[in-house]
Design a protein around this ligand. Structure first.
Ligand SMILES: [Zn+2]
Length: 165
C-alpha cells in the first residue's frame, strides 16, 4: 500500500507520494470486486485502501449492477437524444424549405395579382370599345333605315303620278 504522506491539492484532487517516489493522483476503482477502493494513478499503481469485507463486496455487487443498469439507461437516452437531434435537424431543414416555398408562393401571388389587374384593365378597355362600336352600329343602321324609307317614299310618289294623270 502507498504511504499517506500526501494531501489534497488546490483543485480538490487527492494526491500522495507513492512507492515509486512520484506524487501520484488518487483514483477510485469502479470494478465489481474493488468498487470504491482507492488506488494511486501512477504507472506502479497501488491500493490506498485495504481489501473490502464480504458485506462490502455484496453491497458493491448491488451497486455495480445498478451502475450497469444506469449505464444502459444512459446509453438508451443518449441514443434517443441523438435520434431527436437528427429529427430536429431534419425539421430545421424542412422548415427552411417551407419558408422558401412560402416566399416563392407569396411572390407568385403578387405577380398573379399584378397580371390580374392588367387583364381587368384590358377587359375594361375592350368593353369600352365594344360599347362605342355598338352605338356607332345603331346610328349607321338607323341612318340606313331612314334613307331606305325616304327612297321608298320618293319611289312610291313617282310611281303614283302617272296613275293620277
Ligand atoms: Zn507510484
Amino acid at each position: 500500500m502507498a504511504s499517506r504522506s500526501g494531501s489534497e491539492n488546490s483543485s480538490g484532487t487527492s494526491k500522495l507520494r507513492c512507492n515509486c517516489c512520484a506524487i501520484a493522483p488518487i483514483n477510485m476503482s469502479l470494478t465489481k470486486w474493488n468498487l470504491g477502493r482507492r488506488f494511486t494513478g501512477c504507472r506502479n499503481y497501488q491500493w490506498v485502501d485495504g481489501s473490502t469485507c464480504a458485506r462490502g463486496l455484496d453491497f458493491a455487487n448491488v451497486v455495480a449492477d445498478r451502475m450497469v443498469e444506469q449505464k444502459d439507461i444512459n446509453s438508451n437516452l443518449a441514443d434517443e437524444i441523438q435520434h431527436l437531434n437528427h429529427v430536429k435537424e431534419e425539421l430545421i431543414v424542412k422548415v427552411e424549405l417551407l419558408k422558401k416555398r412560402k416566399q416563392m408562393l407569396k411572390k407568385q401571388l403578387e405577380e398573379a395579382r399584378v397580371k390580374n389587374k392588367k387583364l381587368e384593365e384590358k377587359l375594361s378597355h375592350v368593353e369600352e370599345i365594344m360599347r362605342k362600336f355598338i352605338c356607332l352600329g345603331i346610328v349607321i343602321i338607323s341612318v340606313l333605315v331612314i334613307i331606305c324609307l325616304k327612297k321608298e317614299n320618293i319611289a312610291n310618289k313617282q310611281f303614283r303620278l302617272p296613275l293620277v294623270l
